[in-house]
Design a protein around this ligand. Structure first.
Ligand code: UD1
Length: 378
């Protein structure tokens, strides 16, 4: 007898910069696999060219099928506006499943809207926990996981977190890391990026005449940039590190705004930091891949540096991605200037962590998710 299978209609939701590289391989795999129709929904949480369009272009992603245009706002108003507008999309489209990625406000808002309409939610990158409730992302992660029907994890510790929160085993799937799928797919293309040449910098692996090794910095967590004190502590460390190695800093719009508000441009210039606007995916990957080390408060960059084998200094007091510390190249140091400088010097003296690639970070996470979805709906 012929097996007649219904097409699975998957709506993939994105909103902010760290979502795009997670959605790209899912879309690709669904297109490749038979039996899926997809709808890419962009909430518009991030809307600047450099925070959104540049990523679609670099990642070769199709234009979103739906755009909610919500923009910035307080947590409540941004979340509420996404829900209000997304509900209309869902009424019109009726997907079989809404897939959300990561932990931004769009992730929670789309999940909550879907589940209240009786539509199944799949959370990609489930189960990560920092146990730090001052982080909006921790609240987004925890709540999204509680209402998801399928939970796709990047590491075994995430499975354990979910089990400890009472989520049944048969909903949880350890599939690997979709963001690393994207990194592995695009790594070769970074050769085309002219960013290092333009800045007169050299990859740590091979220096041409007149080119210099460098470190990379990213900083955008509200806890680090929304008040003056932590930012000053970090800049103090950067001034010292900057004497040993130039630091390239592609800054998030939020951070640029706060640097201006605190009148810190002078201090930054004194530290020798090379301040840049946000970079696209390929330029940033090229920059990160060639660096001696990375300083960051981002979540995803802790994972990308581990995948690249580049030492990472995390400017936070905790991480929801412990596998990057236990297996990878990450060291969590907080914002104490003494600890930041000590770790940077350790790396510069050749004692940085080289780490190993965590299990299933092999470029096939999206493929595993697609197979699980097929089985789930068959
Ligand atoms: C959001 C995510 C965070 C993620 C980060 C990556 C939440 C709660 N936070 O933080 O987890 O690590 O994205 O970038 O969802 N802005 C612009 N242009 C834009 C977008 C934002 O200028 O395209 C400015 C606005 O002033 C805005 C501020 O950045 O108010 C913050 O944007 P928002 O989306 O609220 O949070 P992020 O800090 O970007």
């Amino acid at each position: 007898m012929k097996n007649i299978m219904k097409r699975i209609f998957a709506m993939i939701c994105v909103g902010a910069r760290p979502n795009f590289m997670k959605a790209a391989p899912l879309l690709e795999e669904m297109k490749r696999a038979e039996g899926f129709s997809t709808f890419l929904l962009h909430t518009g949480q991030h809307y600047d060219k450099g925070m959104s369009d540049a990523f679609f272009k670099d990642l070769g992603m199709p234009r979103p099928d739906g755009y909610l245009g919500v923009g910035s706002g307080s947590h409540a108003s941004q979340t509420a506006l996404i829900m209000k507008r997304f509900e209309k999309t869902l009424i019109g489209k009726k997907p079989d499943i809404v897939l959300v990625v990561g932990d931004v406000n769009s992730t929670l808002a789309c999940s909550l809207t879907a589940v209240k309409m009786g539509i199944a939610v799949g959370h990609v990158e489930a189960g990560l926990r920092s146990r730090d409730f001052t982080m909006p992302e921790e609240i987004n992660r925890l709540l999204t996981d509680q209402i998801s029907e399928l939970l796709f994890t990047t590491s075994i510790d995430a499975n354990e977190n979910l089990r400890a929160e009472g989520i049944p085993k048969d909903k949880i799937f350890f599939v690997g890391n979709v963001m690393i799928d994207t990194l592995l797919r695009h790594r070769n293309k970074t050769k085309k990026s002219g960013i290092l040449k333009a800045l007169g910098l050299a990859p740590a692996s091979g220096m041409d005449k007149g080119q210099k090794p460098y470190a990379v910095l990213t900083l955008h967590r509200p806890s680090n940039v929304d008040s003056k004190e932590p930012m000053e502590r970090i800049i103090l460390a950067l001034i010292t590190i900057g004497k040993d190695i130039p630091i390239v800093f592609p800054a998030h719009p939020r951070t640029i705004k706060m640097i201006g508000a605190f009148g810190m441009e002078k201090q930054l210039r004194r530290s020798g930091i090379i301040l840049l606007p946000p970079l696209g995916y390929l330029d940033f990957l090229a920059l990160m891949s060639g660096s001696t080390f990375v300083l960051t408060d981002s979540g995803g960059i802790q994972e990308e540096t581990t995948a690249l084998g580049i030492p990472c200094i995390t400017l936070r007091n905790n991480t929801e991605r412990p596998v990057t510390v236990t297996e990878g190249t990450n060291t969590v140091v907080g914002t104490d200037p003494v600890r930041i400088v000590r770790e940077a010097r350790r790396i510069l003296s050749g004692k940085g962590k080289s780490g190993r690639i965590p299990r299933l970070w092999d470029g096939k996470a999206a493929l595993r998710i697609v197979r699980i979805l097929k089985k789930h709906f068959s």
